[in-house]
Design a protein around this ligand. Structure first.
Ligand code: APR
Ligand code: PHB
Length: 389
């Protein structure tokens, strides 16, 4: 088998790249380790920067997002019972769109399948060969049979635990990481959201977030200990703790109900440099992870796809490889900004075990500065809606 771009990973990164390239007549093969239903079963954030929204439109798959997504003009931030609003539209002219990653991934799968794209599910033993040569290939096994795909380029879109990043020799690869001493316990419930926008809440008992998927599907999180398991938290205990961490006006009005999903995610900042090795290009979670506080996971994947898509287009249409050569530096320059925003927002809103009284005063001053200073709010808004590509 031969293709122009072999895409490893059928998550949002791989699917979006695949759709964009196919629209330009560039041939792709997509390899996914799991099933479509498994990929769609993962619950992830769904706050889309304007750049992501535009890529979905460019890919021709924005119809449902434009119809069913919610436009959020800003967000609320609270410190115990105090609450203030940061207006994205006022400060940047741009809102964000709330549209669940599950829905977005479903739209991508539907569009690719309608196109007749080659997506190989349930593949094992994916190995990248000769990435530093002019004729790389990827082998995998499916139903016990080994297959080989020869290609021009490989897009490593296989997430944090994939094989692509590991293919870059450790002599070349440098990894930067920060682990945070807590996790987020998330609950999905078929209840109306407590507020029409998100509420990021810093409280003496730890962080909480009120988010949503649609008018009758809410997503809430509380900061928890890394040693906790979701089974330690009954629904009643979760709601009680959430209510203690959000301003009273919302604690009094929140509609609670049975959880339909409950899970704990650890928080991590991670970047791999470089994001290119020969003809292998890393995108999305394969190259970097952010803590979820700024909702940047999916959006950082989108900016990689933007850069790689235009670089591949330039190569295949204009025979100009300068975009491909610049990919890693360009993508990383934006990634580090998103890393900084996600890290600083995490620091501003969470309770760290080692914090002393001075640290606590600094945290309050940080939040009050944002509350009281229009320039600080503008910077926050610019980061939240996404810095330009
Ligand atoms: N071979 C083939 N596929 C693989 C392999 C492998 N060896 N390893 C992992 N995969 C698949 C996973 O099963 C997954 O479906 O690659 C896909 C990677 O998808 P994500 O982890 O979602 O990463 P990405 O597409 O970069 O999306 C980034 O979406 O999932 C969120 O938290 C993530 O928000 C971030 C964004
Ligand atoms: C979510 O809705 O799951 C969500 C929203 C915003 C975040 C993180 C998660 O910052």
């Amino acid at each position: 088998m031969r293709t122009q771009v072999c895409i490893i990973g059928g998550g949002p990164s791989g699917l979006l790249l695949g759709k964009l390239l196919r629209n330009q007549g560039i041939d792709v093969q997509i390899l996914e380790r799991k099933t479509r239903d498994y990929v769609l079963g993962r619950i992830r954030a769904g706050v889309l920067e304007v750049g992501f929204v535009e890529l979905m439109r460019l890919a021709g798959i924005a119809e449902r997002m434009d119809k069913e997504g919610f436009t959020h003009a800003g967000t609320s931030i609270s410190l115990n019972d105090e609450i203030f609003h940061v207006d994205f539209v006022e400060h940047t002219g741009t809102p964000v769109v709330v549209y669940g990653q599950t829905e977005l991934t479903r739209d991508l799968y539907d569009a690719l399948e309608a196109d007749g794209a080659d997506i190989h599910f349930n593949v094992d033993d994916v190995v990248i060969h000769d990435a530093k040569s002019d004729s790389p290939s990827v082998t995998y096994t499916k139903d016990g049979v080994t297959q080989r795909i020869g290609c021009d380029y490989i897009a490593g879109c296989d997430g944090f635990h994939g094989v692509s990043r590991q293919t870059i020799p450790t002599t070349v690869r440098r990894e930067y990481e920060k682990l945070y001493p807590f996790g987020w316990l998330g609950v999905l419930s078929e209840t109306p959201p407590v507020h029409h926008e998100l509420i990021y809440s810093c409280s003496d008992r730890g962080f909480a977030l009120c988010s949503m998927r649609n008018a009758n599907l809410s997503r809430y999180y509380i900061q928890c200990s890394l040693s906790d398991s979701p089974d330690d938290w009954s629904d009643a205990a979760f709601w009680q703790e959430l209510k203690r961490r959000i301003p009273e006006q919302f604690a009094d009005t929140i509609v609670t109900g049975p959880s339909i999903e409950k899970s704990i995610a650890p928080l991590r900042s991670f970047v791999c440099e470089p994001m290119q090795w020969g003809r292998l290009f890393l995108c999305g979670d394969a190259a970097h992870i952010v803590p979820p506080t700024g909702a940047k996971g999916l959006n950082t994947a989108a900016s990689d796809i933007h850069y790689l898509y235009y670089a591949l287009l330039q190569h295949f249409k204009d025979k100009d490889s300068s975009g491909l050569e610049a990919y890693s530096a360009k993508a990383l320059a934006r990634i580090w900004k998103a890393e900084r925003f996600s890290w600083s927002t995490t620091m501003m809103l969470h309770r760290f075990p080692e914090m002393n009284d001075f640290d606590l005063k600094m945290q309050v001053a940080d939040i009050h500065f944002l509350r009281d200073n229009a320039a600080a709010q503008k910077v926050f808004a610019q980061n939240y809606v996404g810095v330009p590509y």
